[in-house]
Design a binder for this molecule. Structure first.
Ligand code: SAH
Ligand code: SF4
Length: 404
């Protein structure tokens, strides 16, 4: 929903948006905004200035509804005894009932790396590889924005140098020209020049996990790479103004509870705008095929611990968490509900065209592996409806989460 600009701060770099009394600081790179204007923000970032009449119409619809959501959240997030209940209470106290939903488009499954955990690793010869054309990517993004209503999109791939800075920035420019949104790239450790071109084209988010804060484990599972290089890139991006989404894989063999605590601490110290961590889902064609993955309970407890350690963090329900939850609970709604009820406040929906999504086999058991609905549009609408109904049932509102 749109927010009303009630203050312009930090030399115009940020504005304060008001949602019927809820205030959020958001970054504004692209628009001339003054007090009294209206804007849509997503992921702590202004994505669109909204004409006053359009804003008034939208706000009339939301006004009463927002109070209703607020009271549902208040009732559900009571002070409680269990770890997860406490985390949900702390989430409410620190970040309110805001929730955001990002879409992800996986545009290539080629990868030059050989990460031990990942089904897309270069040594896995049993994957059928694909690359979406520039037109296909722009079209998929346009569909997600126009037909499905998304305002934040992650463009993800293996580390695929076929898409150089020229190609990627042309894609981002084409999307931004038509629809101003928050574009987050998740393309691995590409040359810095690629990131510079992407920034110039209007991309502002980078999803780049550090995977594990344990340097020895990192070297072992990402042959040929070091944790320092990865952290160096994340820090440089952060320093250059990128909105950082980062985190780790939960349950890599050899990682201890103390490593997990360090993983959470490192995420915080990197200044991530969004914490993204998911459980290892062992892939049969990788060296970690027979690893014991963490349970869904452990995943929820880790979300709760992260929330209790850093109350105002934005924490994503990752698709890997949903995947193991779905397998354990034989249900595709309950896992999202459980994660949002354990301290998480953001959701990611996969919007990759299905002919490609089934080939993006980072890990098995993704929804594209099990889905049965034939019509693609109905399939996506269904997914979105499920997520929206979970958010409603928990009293979460589409007011932006803001930035620190
Ligand atoms: N190639 C890019 C982006 C795609 S991979 C990169 O590596 O940054 C996105 C994320 O998928 C990785 O960061 C990793 O954390 C996660 N991932 C890979 N294999 C996984 C598995 N088997 N289980 C859970 N997460 C996995
Ligand atoms: Fe490639 Fe990313 Fe998978 Fe590693 S995790 S093999 S970099 S796609």
């Amino acid at each position: 929903m749109p927010g009303k600009v009630i203050d312009v701060i930090e030399d115009g770099r940020k504005v304060v948006l008001d949602y019927f009394g809820e205030r959020r600081k958001v970054r504004n790179d692209f628009y001339q905004l003054s007090v009294g204007d209206y804007a849509y923000a997503q992921g702590g970032f202004v994505v669109q200035k909204v004409p006053p009449d359009e804003a008034a119409e939208a706000l009339a619809v939301w006004k009463d509804y927002l109070d209703a959501l607020e009271s549902i959240d208040m009732r559900l997030a009571e002070k409680g005894g269990s770890l997860r209940k406490r985390a949900n209470f702390v989430r409410r106290e620190a970040t309110g009932n805001s929730a955001c939903v990002h879409g992800i488009i996986e545009f290539s499954n080629y990868c030059r790396n050989d990460c031990h955990y990942c089904g897309l690793r270069v040594s896995n010869k049993s994957v059928e590889r694909y690359r979406m054309s520039e037109e296909e990517i722009v079209e998929a993004a346009g569909y997600a924005i126009e037909n499905l209503g998304f305002r934040a999109l992650v463009l993800q791939s293996g580390e695929d140098t076929y898409y150089d800075g020229e190609k990627l920035s042309a894609i981002v420019s084409a999307i931004m020209r038509k629809h101003p949104v928050l574009i987050v790239v998740s393309i691995g450790e590409m040359d810095y020049e690629v990131y510079e071109k992407l920034y110039a084209a209007g991309a502002r988010g980078a999803l780049l996990r550090f995977e594990t804060s344990n340097g020895d484990l990192y070297k072992k599972y990402r042959p040929g790479h070091t944790l320092d290089e990865r952290l160096g890139l994340i820090r440089r991006l952060k320093n250059d103004g990128w909105i950082i989404m980062s985190g780790f894989i939960l349950g890599l063999p050899g990682a201890t509870l103390s490593d997990i605590a360090s993983d959470i601490k490192l995420s915080y110290s990197l200044g991530v705008e969004m914490l993204s961590f998911g459980p290892l889902v062992p892939h049969p064609d990788t060296p970690l095929a027979s690893a014991t993955p963490p349970s869904f309970d452990e995943t929820l407890d880790t979300i709760a611990r992260a929330r209790l350690m850093y109350p105002d963090m934005r924490i994503l329900v990752t698709t890997a968490a949903e995947t193991i939850g779905r397998a354990e609970l034989s249900d595709d709604v309950e896992p999202i509900k459980a994660a949002l009820g354990s301290g998480a406040n953001s959701v990611m929906i996969n919007l990759t065209p299905r002919k490609y999504s089934r080939l993006y086999s980072i890990y098995p058991g993704r929804d594209s592996d099990t889905e049965t609905i034939a019509d693609e549009h109905i399939f996506f609408e269904n997914k979105i409806r499920k997520v929206v109904s979970v958010l409603r049932s928990l009293g979460r509102a589409p007011t932006d989460l803001g930035t620190p």
